[in-house]
Write a protein that binds this ligand. Structure first.
Ligand code: SAM
Length: 460
């Protein structure tokens, strides 16, 4: 299959592939790039993304290196000279585009210049970025609360997701965690349904969400890597056609994780067995029998945590602990306050001191005036042209080099020399959830012991 752009985006944008347009720092817009096919969406150029930063025909964003800056274009509607109509097949950009529609785009609609290509226009620019789980989390259509990057990066590390791992996830929700987890386990596309080469088994019981997610997985070429099942896992458990997915790791983002936990055991839990029933018989565990399994449950309330932990203890999970990620953005800058500049006259000036700062400003202005008054290229008659200034600078630097470091006046470039200071957000914005982690050890049978002994005999 075509490899998902989330996993191997290649070097350049491609037709029909997902791209994330960065309109401004925190304003991201996912779109599927379309090839121009004559009249599309009312524009002669094909599909166009309209934003407050200008209009961007898809044709200008195709086959360019990922990360490219794209300049806004004057768009043309051919010779019709009518207002553009919104079609039913509008792309994801539409709501945002409608809101941000610049006056100029509609004006262009009525100009009817007859030009078939978009022409460069200086009104704005955007960047075209390859899809990553992080960018997708910031830009995906929300159907539910989602798990954000600070949480899922920590979760995936703690549940030991790595290339080749098999993960069980429930519920799928908006697919934010799904995209991050599939990248973590990706180890090439499995050759068959039975091939367990790094897969995510995801479960969602809400029908509409299930269908939307299914389509998204197909659009993102993740079908072979994420197996999505429409099911209530409290009642139906985690087997696939009665077979075990052999999960190495589990992530539960459900209102009642303790109702799903009995299905995630190695043997049929006593609580689920009928009177006199052989609990070892007819029980297929969804877990990898050869490995300790790591789990994380994600719950907003402490009462949910208490019930989950209690169920885990009963079901034999060990190393149970709870973590809350308190994510805080840190803004690191160089602080010029308190720096002393040395003026040309050797005076130390502190910007704290208004008078001295004004003196420094006047000096700079004087120099600028002097330089502007000098004839350009008049190197011979003693005036400094650019080359002379550089040469003089070199000579001065050479002289300085001959001195010892201690003798040199401090060379100060405030943007480099300022004190490095880090400001945090005053408060951590929102509580996301409590993360409960635990491990279910692998079972060790007499056969395992015999096999281990045969391989590594002790005492011989
Ligand atoms: N982790 C997801 C993400 O990052 O986008 C968000 C999950 S959302 C908070 C919880 C989802 O669990 C909902 O979509 C809900 O329909 C689903 N859900 C709740 N109970 C379920 C059950 N018993 N079986 C399967 N899915 C369930």
């Amino acid at each position: 299959p075509t490899v998902s752009p989330f996993l191997e985006p290649g070097l350049r944008t491609k037709p029909r592939s997902l791209a994330i347009l960065q309109l401004s720092r925190d304003n991201l817009l996912p779109i599927y790039l379309q090839e121009a096919s004559g009249e599309h969406d009312g524009y002669a150029e094909g599909a166009v993304v309209n934003t407050r930063y200008g209009s961007f025909p898809h044709s200008t964003m195709l086959n360019v290196p990922w990360g490219s800056q794209i300049r806004a274009s004057k768009v043309d509607t051919g010779s019709r000279g009518r207002k553009r109509k919104r079609g039913p097949k509008d792309d994801a950009s539409r709501d945002d585009a409608e809101e941000n529609q610049p006056e100029t785009a509609d004006n262009n609609d009525t100009e009817a210049t007859g030009v078939k290509q978009a022409v460069a226009d200086d009104s704005g620019f955007i960047h075209v970025l390859p899809p990553t789980p992080e960018l997708w989390t910031q830009s995906l259509p929300h159907r539910t609360q989602v798990v954000y990057t600070p949480d899922y990066s920590y979760i995936l590390h703690r549940i030991r997701a790595r290339p080749g791992s098999t993960i069980i996830e429930a519920g799928a929700g908006s697919g934010s965690f799904t995209h991050a987890s599939v990248r973590a386990v990706y180890n090439g596309y499995p050759s068959s349904a039975e091939d367990r080469k790094g897969k995510v088994f995801s479960f969602e019981y809400h029908e509409e969400r299930y269908h939307k997610m299914k389509k998204e997985l197909t659009d993102h070429n993740l079908d072979g890597l994420v197996h999505l099942t429409h099911r209530d896992v409290y009642n139906g458990g985690f087997l696939i056609d009665g077979k075990s997915p052999e999960a190495d790791a589990i992530f539960l983002d459900l209102p009642k994780p303790w109702e799903a936990l009995p299905h995630l055991s190695r043997r049929k839990p006593q609580t689920q067995a009928k009177e006199g029933e052989d609990i070892a018989a007819e029980w297929v565990s969804p877990l990898n029998p050869k490995r300790a399994v790591h789990i994380c449950t994600f719950s907003p309330c402490i009462e949910q945590v208490t019930r989950t932990v209690s169920a885990m203890r009963r079901l034999g999970w060990v190393d149970i602990d709870m973590v809350e990620i308190a994510n805080r953005k840190l803004h690191t800058i160089r602080d010029r306050v308190g720096l002393h500049y040395q003026t040309d006259r050797g005076v130390n000036v502190s910007p704290h001191d208004v008078e001295e700062a004004l003196e420094r400003l006047a000096e700079i202005e004087e120099r600028v005036r002097e330089q502007a008054a000098r004839p350009r290229g008049a190197g011979e008659d003693g005036a400094e042209d650019a080359d002379t200034v550089m040469k003089n600078g070199d000579d001065a630097a050479k002289k300085d080099n001959d001195k010892t470091l201690a003798e040199q006046p401090p060379f100060q470039t405030p943007w480099v020399d300022g004190r490095l200071i880090t400001k945090g957000e005053p408060e951590i914005k929102t509580h996301t959830s409590y993360l409960v982690f635990a491990v279910l050890p692998r079972e060790w049978t007499e056969e395992d012991e015999a096999a281990a002994f045969a391989k590594y005999p002790c005492g011989k």
